[in-house]
Design a protein around this ligand. Structure first.
Ligand code: BV8
Length: 247
């Protein structure tokens, strides 16, 4: 059975990372176009770097939760038949053990040179600033977080599209379904015959595009979903997923 799972900020909420659009979301105090657009970075690189430095520092204080570990367990069971696509820029999926992972909106722990486009790992203990020098071209005043801002094209869309076209099951976990193109993945997978399940705290903007819905905190719903999907280690069957999803 081929499975695609898309995660959003909601899967990291119980680890202590604030989501974007819930009551005290990340955007609070910062207009999106100030901190998550190329124009915002051009206007005030110091503000943008401070916004991301604070989020990068927070990574050192949080841990993956049961939902992250459950998806890593699902990968152990499915191997190459699972593709995990995350909109999140944190490293909690990796730290839970997930390897077949696409960060479609980039990663907090990577930085990119605006002059030569070289992407390198951030020093997790240090902040990013205008004085940082590119390790490849040697120029300064050009290091930015390697995250995908609004108006920029997400990473690995071809790989994601190919997985959506061959998926038997598509699950969206902890996402409001407000940001394109990720918000269109469920309807895309459905067109190619996949069963779709929404696993969220409450109905998302795209709830009607899902065959089944599982609502509650991800740290409870995701492990339960994986447990029923994987069963007691017996043969994994598509109808197992469907039967569970029908309940
Ligand atoms: C693109 C990285 C073209 C940075 C992010 C009009 C004007 C301008 C642009 C547009 C427009 N209309 C559409 C667009 C395109 C735009 C867009 O969609 N805008 C929206 C806002 C209208 N999109 C883009 O610009 C994208 N690029 O379109 O390029 C293109 C595309 C394809 C091919 C060719 C060309 C780029 C978008 C990427 C932006 N970067 N992040 C950073 O992180 O700082 S987006 C940001 O939002 C994060 O990545 C985040 O993950 C993402 C989505 O949010 P969610 O993850 O869903 O988080 P949210 O808070 O919204 O929801 C949390 C959910 O969890 C809730 O439902 C909640 O109920 C639930 N939850 C909470 N707690 C729990 C829980 N669930 C379970 N358990 C819990 N405990």
């Amino acid at each position: 059975m081929k499975v695609v799972v898309l995660t959003g900020a909601g899967i990291s909420a119980e680890s202590g990372i604030r989501t974007f659009r819930d009551a005290n979301g990340l955007w609070e105090g910062h207009a999106v176009d100030q901190v998550a657009t190329r124009a915002g970075f051009g206007r005030n690189p110091g503000l943008v770097n401070r916004f991301y430095n604070q989020r990068r520092r927070q990574l050192r204080e949080v841990e993956p939760n049961a939902a992250h570990f459950a998806l890593a367990q699902l990968e152990q069971r499915l191997g190459d038949d699972l593709l995990l696509v995350t909109q999140n820029v944190d490293d909690l999926h990796e730290r839970a053990g997930s390897k077949r992972l696409v960060h479609m909106h980039g990663e907090l722990l990577k930085k990119r040179c605006i002059w030569c486009e070289e992407v390198t790992l951030c020093n997790p203990e240090a902040d990013l600033g205008p004085g940082d020098v590119c390790e490849k071209c040697g120029r300064e005043m050009g290091m930015r977080p390697d995250v995908v801002w609004f108006g920029e094209i997400p990473y690995e869309l071809d790989r994601i599209q190919a997985a959506l076209e061959t998926a038997d099951l598509f699950a969206a976990v902890g996402t409001s379904g407000l940001v394109e193109p990720a918000s269109r993945f469920a309807s895309k997978a459905r067109v190619f015959g996949a069963r779709t399940v929404e696993i969220n705290l409450s109905e998302s903007a795209r709830a009607a595009e899902f065959d089944e819905h599982l609502y509650g905190p991800a740290s409870e719903t995701v492990p339960e979903w994986v447990r029923r999907l994987v069963g007691d280690g017996g043969e994994l069957k598509v109808e197992t997923a469907y039967r569970f999803a029908m309940s």
